[in-house]
Write a protein that binds this ligand. Structure first.
Ligand SMILES: *Cc1c(COP(=O)(O)O)cnc(C)c1O
Length: 428
């Protein structure tokens, strides 16, 4: 698909073409585990990575491949791999880079589940994470050591109304010769294209806005294809001979597709965190309307945030789209189409009032999800962030007196009316 098409065209067409066997216009759900080889030579060439083709759906599947190509195109990357969830994508993204004793330097402002994954679970692989405030570029630089293999942050951070200065963080990563990985779940490529701002890899929870309808979990990793994996000797999985493929060197052999091919041929083959074709289908359906939905999400978020900020029952609103936000100027510069549709606000009355608010809403759903067409709310301190210490909660923008909303695409007036009646009950 030519790069000259605009975003709205690519979100409908990239990666898909009428089915060559039947002419089916919509991408079929290739509900198959395996693919028949033409002959023994064809099978051998596929297994040796000398020819690209379908072998077994743990590795590749045509429906999933159409989605991967579409996401890669929308992000402006060379290649992409889809995974079973956003969390799977994060492990898969780190897997080619890491080894026992290696670490990543990560933002303190991350999705609660990611904080847990990075501070607890990855230790079992012998990996570790150092959490730093990525606005403090000196601290970021100081946290990098000889065992660091990547920097990780979110573009629009969930949940705190924070936006990252990706070009500034990318500069630090470049100087250290490290890849920058950006979780672009909350922004989506319609609001932010991290690879254009200097990131090496983008990860997504496709569960959220890319699917947009709250039906399936999924994840993706997109590679810029621009990082030199051989320059430093720090990424032997990509630069050194791979014993499982007769000593093939991924970077030397596949160039800008090295990381993507490694993620399929080693990552999906051996970790098995594969997206299924039915899941890919739901995400392909959703992604066709991504820009239309995001435009409405952002417009509604702005209206609701402005209304809440003026309400005396609300202490403060953290939304980078508001002029009162310390990140307003940064958002205007780096996220000119809008600062997303996720933000938090503090309710007078603290923890108790927040719980009552959540229970009193009628249109909003109280769920541990975001990026649905429906308006969603969660009290992070008692749910998604309850595993964290209070200091970690505050650092992540999830203090006990704060609720997080994911503003949907309903009528803004209806969203506001629902908040109005629930705030009345919560602060009575
Ligand atoms: C939801 C989410 C994840 C995790 O994705 P799953 O699909 O739930 O595994 C990671 N990062 C962000 C920003 C998210 O919102």
């Amino acid at each position: 698909m030519a790069k000259t098409y605009g975003f709205d065209t690519l979100q409908v067409h990239a990666g898909a073409r009428p089915d060559p066997a039947t002419g089916a216009r919509q991408t079929p759900i290739y509900q198959t585990t395996a693919y028949v080889f033409r002959d023994a030579d064809h099978a051998a060439a596929l297994f040796n990575l000398q020819e690209v083709g379908y072998i077994y759906s743990r590795l590749t599947n045509p429906t999933v491949a159409a989605l991967a190509e579409r996401i890669a195109t929308l992000e402006g990357g060379q290649g992409a791999v889809c995974c079973s969830s956003g969390h799977a994508a994060q492990i898969m993204a780190l897997f080619p880079l890491m080894g026992p004793g290696r670490n990543i330097v990560v933002s303190t402002r991350l999705y609660g589940g990611t904080v847990t994954q990075f501070s607890q679970t990855i230790k079992r692989f012998g990996w570790s994470a150092k959490f730093v405030d990525t606005d403090d570029l000196a601290a970021l630089e100081a946290a990098i050591d000889d065992d660091t293999r990547a920097i990780f942050c979110e573009s629009i951070a969930n949940p705190g109304g924070y936006v990252t200065d990706i070009p500034a963080v990318a500069k630090v990563a470049d100087k250290a010769g490290l890849p920058l990985i950006v979780d672009n779940t909350s922004a989506t490529p319609w609001l932010c294209r991290p690879l254009e701002q200097g990131a090496t890899l983008v990860v997504h929870s496709t569960t959220k806005y890319l699917t947009g309808n709250g039906t399936v979990t999924g994840g993706a990793i997109v590679d810029s294809g621009k990082f030199d994996w051989s320059a430093s000797g720090k990424f032997p999985s990509l630069s050194e001979p791979e014993p499982a493929y007769h000593g093939l060197k991924f970077h030397e052999t596949f160039g800008p597709l090295a990381y993507t091919f490694h993620s399929i041929a080693i990552g999906l083959r051996d970790l098995g965190m594969t997206m299924n074709p039915q899941g890919a289908h739901y995400t392909l359906m959703g992604i066709e309307t991504l820009s239309l939905r995001m435009e409405r999400h952002v417009a509604n978020a702005m209206k609701v945030a402005e209304w809440l900020e003026k309400d005396p029952r609300v202490d403060y609103v953290t939304y980078a789209g508001l002029p009162s936000s310390p990140y307003h100027d940064r958002a205007k510069r780096l996220y000119p189409k809008g600062a997303g549709a996720l933000f938090t606000f503090a309710v007078k009355g603290g923890y108790e009032a927040c719980v009552k608010l959540v229970d009193s809403l009628e249109l909003f759903s109280h769920v541990a999800n975001l990026g649905d067409t429906r308006s969603l709310i969660i009290h992070s301190a008692s749910t998604t962030h309850r595993q964290l210490t209070e200091a970690q909660q505050k650092a992540a923008g999830a203090a006990p007196n704060v609720v997080r909303v994911s503003i949907g695409i309903e009528d803004a007036d209806d969203i506001i009316a629902d908040l109005d009646q629930a705030l009345a009950k919560a602060t009575a």
